[in-house]
Design a binder for this molecule. Structure first.
Ligand SMILES: [Zn+2]
Length: 218
């Protein structure tokens, strides 16, 4: 059973953001941090003005229209503010979004409803993409994309802060950063093995009230 969160959907100056007003779901099972609990804090969207340049991550050199980030903080720090700059402070689940013109497509702001059907992930330890850019984020990026309607993208672009300001004209994405020496973990067998993929753990994300991950081989 999925948990639908209550909250407000606002332009906070950085991104269209759903700020939870209730207690966020818990996610566990991250590689090397399997016992740590991460609580959902908020989710938000990144985009630009085209339909092929709005994601902060790219796959095989390809970007898509928008990117959903579900931001979790490590419960041992007690709050997002206290966790934000800690090495193991945050975990962000990312879903890339492709534009679809079919008006019948399901669209919802419950992140647990819109995560892709197949739970194939990339994982790396990286940084925040918003000011501060702390090296505090466990990144989990779905391999499978979901769809977003052009009308929904327009809603993001048109959203104003309480001072009447839109998101930046250039959108709100940080340029792709080099991988450097980071390990990139995956939980699926790629068609074309890449040297940067360091292992093939089996990970299972369950969209329940306990947002559980499983990396048994890490
Ligand atoms: Zn983000």
């Amino acid at each position: 059973m999925t948990k639908t969160h209550k909250g407000v959907f606002i332009n906070n100056g950085h991104a269209p953001t759903f700020q939870l007003s209730d207690t966020g779901s818990i996610m566990t099972g991250l590689p090397c941090f399997r016992r740590e609990k991460f609580r959902l804090h908020q989710f938000h969207f990144h985009f630009r003005h085209g339909e092929h340049d709005g994601t902060e991550h790219e796959m095989e050199g390809v970007k898509y229209a928008a990117e959903l980030h579900m931001v979790h903080y490590n419960v041992k720090y007690g709050s997002f503010v206290k966790a934000v700059d800690k090495y193991d402070g945050l975990a962000v689940v990312a879903v890339l979004m492709e534009v679809i013109l079919n008006h019948g497509t399901h669209c919802s702001f419950n992140p647990f409803d819109i995560v892709p059907k197949y739970h194939n992930f990339f994982y790396y330890k990286g940084s925040l993409t918003t000011p501060g850019c702390y090296q505090s984020v466990h990144w989990l990026i779905f391999k499978e994309k979901i769809f977003i309607k052009p009308e929904t993208l327009k809603v993001f672009r048109d959203m104003r802060t309480k001072h009447g300001e839109p998101i930046s004209k250039r959108g709100n994405i940080r340029p792709v950063q080099p991988l450097f020496m980071r390990h990139l973990l995956i939980n699926f067998f790629p068609k074309k093995p890449k040297k940067e993929f360091s292992t093939y753990p089996c990970m299972d994300l369950r969209a329940t009230t306990e947002f559980k991950l499983d990396f048994p081989y890490v």
